[in-house]
Design a protein around this ligand. Structure first.
Ligand code: SAJ
Length: 426
């Protein structure tokens, strides 16, 4: 199967780098997105998201004429769907079910331009069964074409799932180097998808079926979530038993078969705190450990907040004349993990917001942003440089282990009232 034209639907954190990397291999790539601003930005050779090296790859792809973006799908040999799968919301609020409406909309958008011989790959992180559901939506929209669910190996259209697994901040390298799990609806579908990814993937492309590929992605992120929950639970236990959890973990990790992750302010981002719920939603009775890990990690920011409150009480004890509004709290870091500017689903951001409601002055130190997000726009909250916050704050809370904080750990250590949620001081 040859792929001269590849279409990527959804030009976000995964779709845009993938489109640009295909284009860098001199394939004609049509990027499709409903966001006109994203389309216009990309067509200027610029990017609308933050990811190291992505700007260079996109700029080259567009100026050399291999990548163009549009809001309307055009005919291609292969379609790669990389749209969001957030939690499903209705009028009663948010659930822990996956919202497949973006996949449905993408399927309906490409259906009119599908041709016999095309390959459609779902990349979005999805609950088990989503690829079959996508195939059903495509078949419904194109009764004149045949699909693997009814015609097996003889189908006109090949369908597969190939989950993205790149780490934000390292996307361009990991896209090329990581192994890929490819789950076709039939063996021929898998082979076609493997041939597509082999255009740029230097890692191994391992073949399985669509349902296993979907579950593999959810399993990877659940594995990390469960292991972080173990570390977070240890941190709470150690606090109660008056043991330094960082020393404890470093000691335990000297065992050749022990590798405990790091406790923190909670689990953020849009992947690890979300994907395990898709397993829990599919098998609520069975997924006990995965469910509990989610609850442990989601509970961690509240525990950190309690530690901050204790430090506020300690300041009041030593300075009885001070009111809440006389006290300054420094929050070091509000990104969802170290050395990125991404604030989405950030536990540190949530903690800083809660601290701001306690009535004290809050100085946010976040070296990776230039302005405070809307959620922190309040009279008592300001963005401050590290040295200012350390000089002025009564209470210092380390919420993210950014490199500049590690470099100034000795100054942080001098704070009289300190909450170190991430083990900056080890
Ligand atoms: N965290 C800890 N302690 C640790 C490691 C992480 O508290 O020891 C926290 C981080 O601070 C952050 C959260 O967990 O708040 C998630 O960060 P992360 O670096 O573990 O993962 P993400 O969300 O940036 O990317 C993950 C990756 N999955 C795995 O490592 C199994 C990535 O490969 C996936 O492609 C990505 O999810 C995704 O898109 O699903």
């Amino acid at each position: 199967m040859s792929f001269n034209t590849i279409s990527v639907i959804g030009l976000g954190y995964i779709g845009l780098p993938t489109a640009a990397v295909f284009a860098s291999r001199k394939k004609k790539v049509i990027g499709v997105d409903v966001n006109q601003h994203a389309v216009d930005t990309i067509n200027k050779g610029e990017i609308h998201i933050v990811e190291p090296e992505l700007d260079i790859v996109v700029h080259a792809a567009v100026t050399e004429g291999y990548l163009h973006a549009t809001t309307q799908p055009e005919p291609a040999d292969a379609y790669l769907i990389a749209v969001p799968t957030p939690f499903y919301h209705d009028e009663t609020g948010s659930s822990h079910k996956a919202d497949l409406s973006y996949i449905e909309a993408a399927s309906k958008a490409i259906a009119p331009v599908l041709q016999a011989g095309n390959l459609v790959v779902l990349e979005s992180t999805s609950p088990v069964g989503a690829t079959e559901q996508m195939a059903a939506w495509l078949a419904e929209a194109r009764p004149d074409l045949t699909f693997p669910q009814t015609h097996g190996e003889d189908s006109d259209i090949r369908i597969a799932h190939c989950p993205e697994r790149v780490l934000p901040g390292h996307v361009i390298r990991e896209l090329v180097e990581n192994d890929r799990v490819i789950g076709g609806m039939t063996p021929k579908c898998s082979q076609a998808a493997k041939a597509l990814y082999k255009i740029f993937v230097e890692g191994e492309c391992v073949i399985t079926n669509a349902r296993t590929a979907e579950m593999a992605k959810l399993t990877e992120n659940s594995f990390r979530d469960v292991n972080i929950a173990f570390a977070n639970e240890l941190s709470v236990i150690c606090d109660k038993l008056d043991i330094n959890v960082w020393e404890l973990i470093a000691l335990a990790n000297r065992h050749p078969r022990v590798n405990i992750l790091q406790p923190g302010a909670g689990v953020g981002g849009h992947c690890i705190a979300v994907d395990p719920w898709f397993i829990v939603d599919s098998c609520p009775e069975e997924a006990k450990l995965i469910h509990t890990a989610r609850l442990v990690n989601d509970g961690k920011p509240q525990w950190v907040l309690e530690q901050i409150r204790k430090q506020l009480d300690a300041v009041h004890c030593t300075h009885p004349a001070k009111t809440r509004s006389d006290i300054t709290v420094a929050c070091l870091g509000i990104a969802f993990k170290p050395d990125i500017d991404d604030l989405r689903e950030s536990p540190a951001l949530g903690i800083a917001q809660q601290v701001a409601t306690l009535g004290c002055k809050v100085q946010i130190v976040e070296p990776n942003i230039e302005a405070l997000p809307a959620k922190l726009q309040a009279d008592n909250v300001s963005l401050a440089p590290l040295h200012q916050a350390l000089t002025q704050a009564d209470v210092v809370c380390v919420l993210v282990k950014h490199k500049p904080f590690i470099e100034h750990a000795d100054q942080v250590r001098e704070s009289k009232h300190l909450v170190d949620a991430v083990g900056l001081l080890g």
